[in-house]
Write a protein that binds this ligand. Structure first.
Ligand code: CMP
Length: 143
């Protein structure tokens, strides 16, 4: 059964390009509600912890360097079928392969600097949300 939350991060390239507002607008216009939001700067260690699952991949070091290169904006988003719908909205990991109109196609430069993260499963959405937000920082009821 699909759950209704996903975790996104507006990555350091998004913040450097001053695109937070444009990207959040597109996310909201697609029907997502922001349940939690903060701007933080990850360290190499906290970026590494978040991307632990990619530890053995050749791009892991580069990914941790990039994700700790400036502030980023993690958010918990709510919508029916949130994980799948959000991945459709952001497009493929590599912007060159992303569909027209998707966030990565519009704004991303490369596979590494691709503007935004989106959870890939309901289970990871819950794990990743807890990585950034204690329950006390989530809006309890958006109605
Ligand atoms: P994200 O959705 O945040 O999840 C893992 C990230 O690893 C991915 O987005 C990319 O930014 C990054 N990534 C995946 N493949 C590569 C690659 N070949 N080179 C650099 N970064 C990559």
């Amino acid at each position: 059964m699909a759950t209704n939350r996903t975790l996104t991060i507006l990555k350091p390239d998004c913040v450097r390009k001053n695109l937070q507002g444009a990207v959040i607008k597109q996310i909201q216009e697609a029907g997502f509600k922001v349940v939690a939001l903060k701007m933080i700067r990850l360290t190499k260690d906290t970026a590494g912890g978040f991307y632990e699952v990619h530890k053995e991949r050749p791009f892991y070091g580069e990914l941790c360097d990039f994700m700790s290169s400036g502030p980023c904006v993690p958010m918990i988003l709510e919508k029916n079928n949130a994980v799948a719908d959000f991945r459709k909205l952001i497009g493929a990991t590599d912007p060159a392969e992303a569909e027209e109109g998707t966030i990565r196609k519009l704004y991303a430069d490369s596979k590494g600097e691709n503007i935004v993260h989106g959870s890939d499963s309901d289970e990871n959405a819950a794990i990743e949300s807890a990585y950034f937000f204690p329950k006390s920082e989530e809006v309890a009821n958006l109605a």
